[in-house]
Design a protein around this ligand. Sequence first.
Ligand SMILES: Nc1ncnc2c1ncn2[C@@H]1O[C@H](COP(=O)(O)OP(=O)(O)OP(=O)(O)O)[C@@H](O)[C@H]1O
Ligand SMILES: [Mg+2]
Length: 384
Amino acid sequence: MSNERIKEQITDALRGVMDPELHQDIVKLKMVKSVAVCDGAVRVEIELTTPACPLKDVIRKDVERAVRGVAGVTQVMVEFSASVRPSSGPLADALPGVKNVLAVGAGKGGVGKSTVAVAAAVGLLRDGATVGLLDGDIYGPSIPTMLGLGDAQPRVKNERILPIEWRLPGSQSVLKVISIGFMIDPDKALIWRGPMVHGVMRQFLGQVDWGELDYLVIDLPPGTGDVPLTLAQSVPLTGAVVVCTPQEVALIDARRAVRMFRDVGVECLGMVENMSYYACPHCGKEDDIFGRGGAKQSADRLNVPFLGEIPINGVIRAAGDEGRPERLFEHERTGQAFSEMVRNLAGQITVRNLTKPPPRAIGQPDQQGRNAANAPGHKPIGIG
Ligand SMILES: Nc1ncnc2c1ncn2[C@@H]1O[C@H](COP(=O)(O)OP(=O)(O)OP(=O)(O)O)[C@@H](O)[C@H]1O
Ligand SMILES: [Mg+2]
């Protein structure tokens, strides 16, 4: 059989390989970039929709099995590349070059939103994506401390603010960061009022030179007030991540946050349960201090994906206080928990982008001429 004929048969066989999250075949999803055949040896190049793909190993096995089933194939090599697909629609117009914007938030203070936002940004960067991190906590910015960038001051070039660069140790990868904490004494920000917050957020989104980014992660302040609304009004969010701890009081606020995002037309990409349990460093026994599992139950009830459980661990607190976020991934248990969360999140972003219409900000009409604020199910909410 000629190589061309074998290639055709391989492509046909690959039509039987489904992306496990998207439930469509990988040929239709344009993930098969190339097939090369030489004396029965086959090399298949698969382009993933995110470098942080959670199901790479499953896809590899399924591709190998399908290709081995073709007559004349003696050897199979699967190679992966990744390209986050560019957004279409309003996001491409509002922030050209930025493919996805994610907000990390919750109703409750102190549950670990900033920790999860930092872990998401650093985790995506570690997996090979280009990432930015915007500190949306105008009143109490914590990102500069958590990244060890307390003294940094952004420069302005051609009337655009250049983000501060945080370099992942041992690599060339750089996270682009902006925070009000780089610009003013954080204590002064506490007296800011609504309209000023709007102004700053719009400036961060519009006047910062973000360049090309696969993901821009936004760390939201506690509450369901001004900043999330300004964001939803200013930029089409790909989606939101809601962080909570397992206690009922935190879950009530988290459920309110999910509903708030839905009310303003923002997709909820999933819930994360932080401080889920404590694992004894001596015997490994897990203690569910706050009553593990509540976030998963709430996520199921609200019909939003559950992205993972993060244990309580002194390493996480120290990584934040010392400004060494790479340490979140160096400890075995926390590293595994954060990596899983990051990959589940990246998977959900891909699912969202391929199955739903492009995101839009409040006030931008959809294809039927409705805007997010008058979409079915929207209940008006006050600002502030
Ligand atoms: N899983 C964890 N284990 C141990 N410490 C944690 C964990 N998650 C967060 N922390 C610590 O708890 C403190 C609060 O976390 P963080 O600042 O991320 O919360 P937040 O929700 O962003 O707070 P705020 O509402 O003030 O913005 C930080 O010192 C952080 O390092
Ligand atoms: Mg915070």
